[in-house]
Design a protein around this ligand. Structure first.
Ligand code: 6PG
Length: 480
């Protein structure tokens, strides 16, 4: 028998993320109702961690809901997609107007918008919430990105802000905006995570090929980088993973199959960027690089048709090369973040979310996978100038990119010469060059479109739309 209405918040779905989130809530003094479809997990959570705080275990969903204070706040921590819909469908008849369903899974923001709209009509709040930081973060302080109504944040804010990571006394949690805003921002976070990881992997690959260095030596380079501008969780764990040895005596990284998997958030980020018309080329390259790595059959065929010349590339000046790669990594990383923030701004406009970009950077400074020293500079840049056209032109970023350009070009050129793939490095450099070009060959594309399809074009010297009568002898231009 459960106690009645004694828990401030509930968690249903006690796989590792839900379990850790529930423990984090309990450790921070919140009475938390806990429920799982198979009750063994609920029992083991209480048996193993019952002394960490106040848990109210429930074996049925009805008892779980009855244990919650009103307005009830129910965290759903199950697999995104069908399983989330199934749990919500079961919960709804047990809830009353004003109650809040908090979906902390990696849901697609469009699903969150659909659920929010459907349940709003029944007086229920759906709060799609991005939670980043993996298992450890969920337990010790994640970065939390709640969407949904301002009213629901009045109940959830004080709870989430307490259990979130804290940086300089500021919680890594804030209300992102209505309906799907939280899940959208988490999706872009993951896209940036993909780009960050791909850039790190390319840097490692280049160092390994150019220096002929072993993973453990490269670990030292990353460790050193982690004490400078690149300081971040991902650089830190890169050093850790590269230094790790396998039981076979080989480097761990050499025994892992080189096919990167994904659960889909990177792909969603790219799909959404295509819809919004935002060129997130770094994130897209990173996502495609994962896909390419998985095409084992094609890779095998190409390897046979075009065997690599072997490890013939060696750089002359080790120190300069390492510094070049570091600068190229930093510049490419700036491009990836600039593009990600462009996408958030575009999503915010499209869906009327009014997302604060500086605020978003603030809550990514700690707790999440992309946490980095660098995020504080992004916060500063958007706080100083909320309508910044692109992060690339904010003073610190512009200076850093300007300083890094010669290194960036050397690294991309050397990689191309040596035949080492560096798709994210090179596409980031191309993005930068395209953005700063005086003229782009897009003018020719317009000409071609007009030639074969009368699609019209605009001119640099006059307003209006024009079409050239390509089939006529005099190729007259007419106003369209
Ligand atoms: C986080 C992560 C997490 C994500 C994993 C796996 O912020 O804690 O983004 O939510 O699910 O990193 O993602 P992939 O399997 O797609 O690489």
């Amino acid at each position: 028998m459960t106690e009645q209405a004694t828990a401030q918040i509930g968690v249903t779905g006690l796989a590792v993320m839900g379990r850790n989130l529930a423990r984090n809530l309990a450790r921070n003094g919140f009475a938390v109702a806990v429920h799982n479809r198979s009750p063994e997990r609920t029992r083991s959570l209480v048996a193993e961690h019952g002394d960490e705080g106040r848990f109210v275990p429930a074996e049925s969903l009805a008892d779980f809901v009855a244990a919650l204070e009103r307005p009830r706040a129910v965290i759903v921590m199950v697999k995104a997609g069908g399983p989330t819909d199934a749990v919500i469908d079961e919960l709804v008849p047990l809830l009353d107007a004003g109650d809040i369903i908090v979906d902390c899974g990696n849901a697609h923001f469009a699903d969150t918008r659909r659920r929010e709209e459907a349940l709003r009509k029944q007086g229920l709040h759906v709060v799609g919430t991005g939670v980043s930081g993996g298992e450890e973060g969920a337990l010790r302080g994640p970065s939390i990105m709640p969407g949904g109504s301002a009213e629901s944040y009045r109940k959830l804010g004080p709870i989430f802000e307490k259990i979130a990571a804290q940086v300089d006394g500021v919680p890594c949690c804030r209300h992102i905006g209505p309906d799907g805003a939280g899940h959208f921002v988490k999706m872009v976070h993951n896209g940036i995570e993909y780009a960050d990881m791909q850039l790190i992997a390319e840097a490692y690959d280049l160092l390994r090929a150019g220096l002929g260095a072993e993973p453990a030596e490269i670990a030292d380079i990353f460790r050193e980088w982690n004490s400078g501008e690149l300081e971040s969780f991902l650089i830190e764990i890169t050093a850790d993973v590269l230094a790790h040895g396998d039981a076979t005596g080989r480097a761990f990284v050499d025994v892992v199959l080189d096919q990167a998997e994904q659960k889909g958030t990177g792909r969603w980020t790219v799909q959404s960027a295509l819809d919004l018309g935002i060129p997130i080329t770094g994130i897209a390259e990173a996502t495609f690089a994962r896909s390419l790595s998985g095409h084992a059959g094609q890779r095998e065929a190409a390897r046979r048709a075009f065997p690599a010349a072997g490890a013939t590339w060696r750089v002359d000046d080790r120190e300069t090369f390492v510094e070049d790669v570091r600068r190229a990594l930093l510049a490419s990383k700036i491009v990836a973040y600039a593009q990600g923030f462009d996408q958030i701004r575009a999503g915010s406009r499209e869906y009327d979310w009014d997302i604060d970009l500086g605020g978003t950077a603030t809550i990514w400074r700690g707790g999440c996978i992309i946490r980095a020293r660098f995020l504080d500079r992004i916060r500063q840049a958007y706080d100083d100038q909320p309508d910044l056209p692109t992060l690339l032109v904010a003073p610190w970023f512009a200076d850093t990119v300007r300083d890094g350009v010669p290194s960036w070009r050397r690294v991309v050129a050397e990689a191309a010469r040596a035949g080492v793939p560096a798709p994210a490095f090179s596409s980031s450099l191309s993005y930068f060059d395209a953005l700063r070009a005086d003229r782009l060959p897009a003018a020719l594309i317009q000409g071609l479109r007009d030639n074969f399809g009368a699609h019209t074009y605009r001119r640099v010297d006059r307003d209006g739309s024009f079409h050239t009568l390509w089939a006529t002898a005099d190729r007259r231009e007419v106003e369209a």
